[in-house]
Design a binder for this molecule. Structure first.
Ligand code: PLP
Length: 281
């Protein structure tokens, strides 16, 4: 398959990154992961809009338009005959002599590649487990930046404990997952952290809130506590790659009866409908 580097399609072996690329040295850049179903991007527009927003927040001016980028990614997908999978793309501030402040001159570096990856059916059906970890990240989690060490440390701890995801909290208030948004359902109402600087406003999260209206589930974008998490009827996480993933155990406490909840399953069905509507798959 081909990869995209700036406006060139090349083979992966041909690609190289400058040793002083600021993405490589500082994590000075932003990224997106887009789902592809049946050869079509799902919520592609929303993802690329967020990429431009993230870029703006780090004062990185992109040397292409959203339309141009869309066309390039489309071409990459077709070239690689991507059916069901993901597109990963990132933009860094480019290469310049190493110094913390932004260089006067540097050319942003865009890279993108595709990967064939199926829907996580097994996890979606049987549910996964989660741990709870301190959210030690910075205060601009609304930016989808390449700086992910706080997320990585939390995920690593979860995995080392045999869990799939780490649910993060700040002083007892749940923010989000290490690579997902987190939702609880209590007394037929869905709760999720509001889209502030403390979380990434997930594209999947936004789709889910729309689907709530469709299936008649009321929701509150209000923060909830770790105690409320443990007392929830249903818990799930959501992201581009994990979709709507039931969490059936948090630490060693089963959620509800320890099986994926009814509202969660309804949302999964509605989500599949949204995919079908957009991608015909
Ligand atoms: N929150 C964090 C920290 C993430 O890394 C992700 C996705 O990877 C999400 C939320 C979910 O965002 P999206 O639904 O746009 O994939």
């Amino acid at each position: 398959g081909k990869i995209l580097v700036n406006d060139q399609f090349i083979s992966r072996e041909e690609g190289s990154i400058d040793i002083e690329d600021r993405g490589y040295q500082f994590g000075d850049g932003v990224y997106e992961v887009i789902r592809v179903y049946g050869g079509k991007m799902f919520t592609g527009k929303e993802h690329l809009t967020r990429l431009f927003e993230s870029s703006k927040k780090i004062l990185l001016e992109l040397p292409f338009t959203q339309e141009e980028l869309t066309a390039k990614l489309q071409e990459l997908m077709e070239m690689n005959k991507l059916h069901t999978g993901t597109i990963y793309l990132q933009v860094t501030r480019g290469a310049a002599p190493r110094q913390h402040q932004f260089p006067g001159q540097s050319k942003p570096v865009l890279t993108a590649y595709t990967k064939e990856v199926g829907r996580p059916e097994e996890g979606m059906n049987k549910g996964m487990t989660a741990t709870v970890a301190d959210d030690v990240r910075w205060l601009r989690c609304d930016i989808k930046s390449l700086n992910l060490l706080g997320n990585l440390l939390a995920k690593q701890e979860a995995m080392a404990n045999g869990s799939f995801e780490a649910i993060l909290h700040r002083d007892g208030t749940v923010t989000e997952g290490s690579s997902s948004n987190v939702f609880i359902i209590k007394d037929n109402q869905l709760h999720t952290h509001p889209a502030t600087n403390l979380i990434l406003n997930g594209i999947t999260r936004r789709v889910i809130l729309q689907l709530c209206n469709e299936i008649g589930l009321t929701y509150k974008e209000e923060a909830f506590s770790v105690e409320e998490l443990y007392a929830a009827d249903e818990v799930f996480m959501a992201s581009t790659t994990a979709e709507i993933m039931p969490l059936v155990q948090v630490r060693d406490v089963p959620v509800g009866d320890g099986k994926p909840g009814e509202w969660t399953k309804k949302l999964q069905v509605a989500f599949k409908g949204a995919i079908q509507q957009q991608c015909g798959e």
